[in-house]
Ligand binder design. Structure first.
Ligand SMILES: [Zn+2]
Length: 570
């Protein structure tokens, strides 16, 4: 403690000394009284004890970061002299939204060149991408990478794909890479291909492709396992440790604020800088709770050091593993399918990125270590592989309540659904995609889309499906997700897989209570229930009462975590 702080502490002790006489009475009152009471609201509690039909209340008392009571406005009886009474004036309150799959790349949002909109549907021109990256190239030494982030190939006003010819206009002395926000495809210029020694005669590596133009030249589009072969060449600025740490902290604080603006109170992070998350929390800038999903060296250290799923506290806890990739991408059309993609010669079935025996061994190692496994599987072939690995580990190790997570779990069938239900598997399908990516679904067609992002099927099979925005590939706005799950209609007015619609209450449940379940946190999160953490969102309108196509535009008035306001609409 510094001298200054010591003096301050002594002074404040002196100021409160006269009150000590009343200390016992005050303490007793404080123990009884709520810190805050919200009332005159429309609370959608999601509390199963109230029954699923009408999980409603009008008031809630909060004490020490927890929910003290939920009910009608008689809850106001818990108020004491110091209790804050907050009139909601009819606003709607839902449990804090939980995003079970998110890559929180706040540092990219802050420090890199963004060629698309991370949060909303927005169309850009190829020329705007060229202009932004030309400016970046002008400030970058020759030979160093010029990268563009958040590209979406179906959000181009030009109505065609980027090509190597477009990117050659940016630079012929820098390698240029435009990264699709989906994370499984990139677009590069001729200089980047040359650096990597890739020519039109280079064979595709297993689980990846160098795509061609109709005239046989390389198009510059590269998918999945082929990306590394190009990305590892060229130079990138080397940041020193202090700069890296600074950026990681600034990025985490930045994205935490964005999560709160959109109503997220818990986010499952795919890896990232755990030290930065702790630093940002210590600085009072972490406004959401983190379920940290480890990968790589840190996951290895968890296995070696005996750190299991659940270690941590209510703000930062080790969750499942990060997604362990078994196949390619849904939005970028590289997921592993049992039937071939349309219009490709030779027949293309997508990319399986790991053989079954390797996947089996990985799952067994993770489950043995007491860690919840999590596999990225989009196509039916990959989901089958993930389930096979889980079933094998469960039988061999006789584990209980494993809740193996399947990230995305996009294209299912009856057989896969039955196996998931039997296993208690937790799928985390795309949520915002139904609205945001409706421009990509024609590629798959109506038959496949009737079984994709199959929220209705999951619920009907008793599977506790949760929400996985997959930011950065998908926007993370939970209300955009809920609108898409309820309407299955996208920004362009197209409806895909209408048979998979769920009700508004079901969609909220998927985004709250089921999210808590996915991380084994259902005892403390996911519903407005006495004893649970006081994490909730105040909405200007009731999503169950508004036109379904207006849900995404409902204003978030306030986001509360731990009983404290983390965001308030100004
Ligand atoms: Zn992901």
């Amino acid at each position: 403690m510094t001298m200054h702080a010591t003096r301050r502490a002594l002074m404040s002790a002196a100021l409160t000394a006269p009150l000590w006489a009343n200390w016992a009475a005050r303490a007793a009152a404080q123990e009884r009284d709520a810190d805050a009471i919200i009332y005159n609201g429309r609370l959608i509690t999601m509390d199963d004890a109230q029954g699923p039909a009408m999980p409603r209340a009008t008031a809630m008392a909060i004490k020490a970061g927890r929910i003290m009571a939920v009910g009608d406005d008689s809850v106001r009886g818990l108020a004491g002299k110091a209790t804050r009474l907050i009139d909601l004036k009819g606003a709607c309150v839902v449990p804090g939204f939980i995003d079970c799959h998110n890559h929180p790349i706040g540092d990219v949002l802050l420090y890199e060149t963004l060629v698309g909109n991370p949060y909303e549907v927005e169309f850009v021109t190829i020329q705007s991408i060229i202009d932004k990256l030309r400016a970046k190239a002008a400030a970058t030494p020759a030979g160093y990478w010029v990268d563009g982030y958040f590209h979406d190939d179906t959000k181009l006003k030009d109505g065609r794909q980027l090509t190597v010819d477009d990117l050659d206009k940016i630079s012929t002395t820098h390698p240029v890479m435009v990264r699709h926000r989906g994370g499984h495809t990139v677009f590069v210029n001729s200089f980047a291909l040359k650096l990597a020694g890739v020519t039109k005669d280079t064979p595709n590596p297993p689980g990846g492709t160098f795509d061609r133009l109709p005239d046989g030249r390389l198009s510059g589009r590269i998918t999945d396992n082929a990306i590394d072969l190009v990305e590892e060449r060229g130079q990138r600025p080397v940041l020193d440790a202090a700069e890296k740490a600074k950026r990681a902290r600034a990025g985490m604080a930045h994205i935490s604020g964005a999560f709160s603006r959109y109503g997220l109170t818990t986010v499952h992070h795919q890896g990232g800088d755990l030290a930065a998350i702790q630093d940002v929390r210590a600085a009072g800038q972490l406004t959401h709770r983190v379920s940290y999903e480890a990968r790589g060296a840190f996951l290895d250290q968890m296995v070696a050091g005996g750190l299991k799923t659940g270690f941590g506290d209510d703000w930062i806890r080790l969750g499942a593993t990060a997604e362990h990739t078994a196949d390619g991408s849904f939005s970028e059309r590289t997921m592993a399918l049992s039937t071939p993609y349309a219009g490709r010669t030779p027949a293309y079935y997508g990319n399986v990125t790991e053989p079954q025996d390797v996947l089996d061994a990985w799952v067994e190692k993770i489950v043995r270590a007491g860690i919840q496994p999590n596999i990225h599987a989009n196509g039916d072939v990959a989901i089958d592989m993930a389930l096979t690995a889980f079933e094998r580990a469960e039988a061999k190790l006789a584990v209980k309540d494993l809740r193996p997570k399947i990230t995305h779990c996009t294209l299912v069938n009856e057989g896969l659904l039955k196996r998931m239900a039997a296993l208690g598997a937790v799928p985390a399908p795309f949520t915002s995609y139904a609205y945001y990516n409706s421009d990509k679904f024609g590629f798959y067609g109506a038959d496949r889309m009737a079984h994709a992002m199959a929220f209705r099927d999951f619920l009907d099979h008793g599977i506790k499906v949760c929400a996985g925005s997959d930011f950065f590939p998908g926007p993370f706005a939970p209300l955009m997700g809920i609108q898409g799950m309820v309407t299955r209609t996208g920004w362009n007015g197209e409806t895909w897989g209408a048979n998979q619609k769920v009700s508004v209450l079901e969609a909220i449940r998927i985004n709250t209570l089921h999210g808590a379940w996915a991380a084994k946190e259902e005892a403390i999160k996911g519903s407005l229930t006495a004893g649970k953490l006081a994490d909730y969102v105040v909405l200007a309108d009731d999503p169950t009462a508004i036109a379904p196509d207006k849900i995404k535009d409902i204003k978030i008035i306030e986001t509360v975590v731990d009983g404290r306001s983390q965001y308030r609409l100004s």
